[in-house]
Design a protein around this ligand. Structure first.
Ligand SMILES: [Zn+2]
Ligand SMILES: [Zn+2]
Length: 343
């Protein structure tokens, strides 16, 4: 079978023929991949940046976001059967650490990530443990089912608090920031403001329903926010991983406001916690992954009911063979979500 592989340390990926899985483990499932989407993580692995050098052990089949069909199940599998359509939680919990045992599998101590710590999904058939499979509703198109994992990040980040009647600032309008705009609107936020510097993404933020989009290169973000809302915003969703965006975002929060952080900063950053957080009674949440499976249930319902429309985020669906074009689009940020079609 064909697979997109990091075959050796260094930049780039290759398409190769590899052997299909041997025998399945008792709780493993063989999934025929129908769609897979390219994530920022895959781009990091493609570029072979510092993080990937420290984490990835080539050779490795990359990719983790997918939608597919169950074609074979291990002897002890009970949760899915052949013919089921599934997406996957890509964080594989150990199921025995204290977090897993107390209903917090998303912060499992021994977490393994698909396409990072173990063989991924940019291939024709992938082996996935039954624990992490999600049978999505049949109303959800395959192209969108593949994006449920990052969509779950948007949901998990946005819904740390009740957004009904709240003013929300979302810093960064990459695919997850765009999805968060729709989630905040669907949740009854009274005002959703997006901050973004890239012209294409500014347009997409508007198209995804942001009430106001601010380009912090052209306009001072903090001044603009306090002009729009003299009390600041109630909730900050940080999706950029940019230090200035976080610092200004915190300044935009009203006293006692809530910040939910998803963006990755890639190293130490300097912030005055005294004035930005402590003296202003700010609550900060760090977000990793998705709650298993509360977030997935919400993702499924929002897509099934069309409260969220991912056609405004998925800009490209390419045949699998054109994966290099997909990565190029991602590298140049000339896209929203890029989905590869394996059919
Ligand atoms: Zn991802
Ligand atoms: Zn665990």
């Amino acid at each position: 079978m064909k697979a997109i592989i990091k075959d050796k340390p260094g930049p780039g990926l290759v398409l190769k023929d590899v052997n299909k899985a041997k025998k399945l483990g008792p709780r493993e499932v063989l999934v025929k991949i129908r769609r897979a989407s390219i994530c920022g993580t895959d781009v990091h692995i493609f570029k072979w940046d510092e993080w990937s050098q420290s984490r990835i052990n080539p050779p490795l089949i990359v990719g983790h976001e997918m939608a597919g069909e169950v074609v074979e199940v291990g002897d002890a599998v009970t949760q899915v059967k052949v013919g089921d359509f599934v997406s996957a939680e890509t964080h594989i919990p150990c199921e025995h650490c204290v977090q897993c045992k107390t209903g917090r599998m998303h912060v499992c101590k021994n977490l393994e990530i698909l396409g990072v710590d173990r063989s991924g999904v940019f291939t024709e058939y992938a082996v996935i443990p039954e624990t992490v499979l999600w049978k999505f509703s049949p109303e959800i198109p395959l192209d969108f089912a593949s994006v449920m994992e990052p969509f779950g990040n948007a949901i998990h980040t946005a819904l740390v608090t009740d957004l009904t009647g709240k003013k929300v600032l979302i810093t960064g309008a990459g695919p997850i920031g765009l999805m968060a705009i729709q989630v905040a609107k669907a949740s009854g936020a009274s005002l959703v403001i997006s901050s973004e510097v890239d012209p294409l993404r500014i347009e997409m933020a508007k198209n995804n329903g942001a009430d106001i989009v601010i380009n912090p290169i052209e306009q001072d973000l903090v001044k603009s926010i306090y002009t729009i809302s003299p009390d600041g915003v109630d909730v900050l969703l940080e999706m950029s991983g940019n230090k200035k965006a976080l610092e200004d975002g915190l300044k935009c929060l009203t006293m006692g406001g809530i910040a939910s952080l998803l963006g990755i900063f890639g190293g130490n950053i300097d912030l005055n916690l005294d004035s930005l957080v402590i003296m202003r009674g700010i609550t900060i949440y760090g977000i990793t992954g998705r709650k298993m499976f509360e977030t997935w249930k919400i993702a499924d319902e929002l897509l099934k009911s069309k409260k969220v429309d991912l056609s405004k985020v998925v800009t490209h669906v390419l045949p699998f063979e054109q994966w290099e074009k997909g990565f190029e689009l991602m590298l140049n940020k000339q896209c929203g979500k890029v989905v590869l079609n394996f059919d």
